[in-house]
Design a protein around this ligand. Structure first.
Ligand code: C2E
Ligand code: MG
Ligand code: MG
Ligand code: MG
Length: 284
């Protein structure tokens, strides 16, 4: 009895694994051709200064729309891309697209909006990718001050001296750094001090239940205070309603990003948002 049960449960287990492996393989194969045929593109989510309520930068977020219209979110394809090394190809494309966009905006008179891109630890440690970044910046004659790199806490698991060296190299071009999803993972306050960071993004999990959970609110407030004490600009992500917005304002957070303010949008839609905002300013 127990033997057959064991065999059965093993059977189910291996079936589930096989299904998962097949799915991964399917994603990997279509991702490979997606990269080759430019099915991956960027959308941009504005970040707002909480004092002026002006848009100061946008975060570039990768999207994959398959030929049949299916949109696959990055939470699904980025992990597969990391396991297969395809993330490096994605990184090359993301860097090129973001720099092209900065140059295009420069040409239509948008000079004061920075773009942030997300780079995984794997990407950030890839020398050729970093060289591509510097080369593209130079080719398009872009002021590095308009480029922000978002790194997650997983970077703390890597060789901190080599990470710092790359950050300092890019700092020379004016590029700045944000620590993304702070508080979610391997937080270490000593690393916050060690790395040349400019921005701290509080993980949206702490903000999502500030209304109902007093300890989340306390953590959010504490992170904002720590950030300020370390001279970092603090960004609240995942602002979904008026209540959350008021909360982070009250806590003296500097910048905010979230569906309540703006959803991720195409570059063309952002140009409209930007134009409307400058018109409002002129009519005031
Ligand atoms: P992230 O860098 O923390 O990006 C913020 C995520 O929160 C985005 O999800 C954004 O669409 C979502 N978001 C924005 N406002 C709200 C809100 O009010 N509520 C909620 N619940 N979510 C909000 P998205 O675009 O699905 O990206 C997920 C993650 O995938 C990103 O998290 C980032 O870690 C990764 N990712 C996205 N694009 C790239 C990329 O080009 N390269 C790499 N390496 N990773 C990327
Ligand atoms: Mg990010
Ligand atoms: Mg984040
Ligand atoms: Mg995230």
């Amino acid at each position: 009895q127990s033997k057959s049960l064991g065999k059965n449960s093993f059977h189910f287990y291996s079936q589930a694994l096989e299904k998962e492996a097949l799915m991964q393989l399917a994603i990997e194969q279509s991702l490979r051709s997606a990269i080759a045929s430019d099915e991956l593109y960027l959308v941009y989510q504005p970040k707002v200064d909480l004092h002026s309520m002006k848009v100061v930068s946008v975060e570039a977020l990768c999207r994959w729309t398959q030929p049949d219209g299916t949109v696959i979110p990055p939470d699904v394809f980025v992990p597969v891309a990391e396991q297969t090394g395809l993330i490096i190809d994605i990184g090359f494309s993301v860097i090129t697209q973001a720099c092209k966009q900065l140059a295009a905006w420069h040409n239509v008179g948008i000079h004061d909006v920075a773009i942030s891109i997300n780079l995984s630890s794997l990407e950030f440690q890839h020398k050729a990718l970093i060289n591509h970044l510097i080369q593209t910046l130079t080719d398009f004659d872009i002021d590095g001050k308009l480029l922000i790199i978002e790194l997650t806490e997983s970077i703390f698991m890597e060789d901190k001296f080599s990470i710092k060296e790359t950050m300092l190299l890019l700092n020379n071009y004016g590029i700045t750094f944000a620590l993304d999803d702070f508080g979610k993972g391997y937080s270490s306050f000593s690393y916050l001090q060690f790395l040349p960071l400019h921005y701290l993004k509080i993980d949206k999990a702490f903000l999502q239940d500030v209304e109902s959970n007093r300890s989340s609110a306390a953590i959010a407030k504490t992170i904002i205070d720590i950030g300020h004490n370390l001279d970092l600009i603090v960004i609240a992500e995942g602002i979904e309603d008026q209540f959350m917005l008021e909360y982070v304002k009250e806590f003296h957070c500097d910048l905010a990003q979230g569906y309540y303010l703006y959803k991720p949008m195409s570059a063309a839609d952002f140009e409209c948002v930007y134009a409307e905002a400058s018109q409002d300013k002129q009519s005031q």
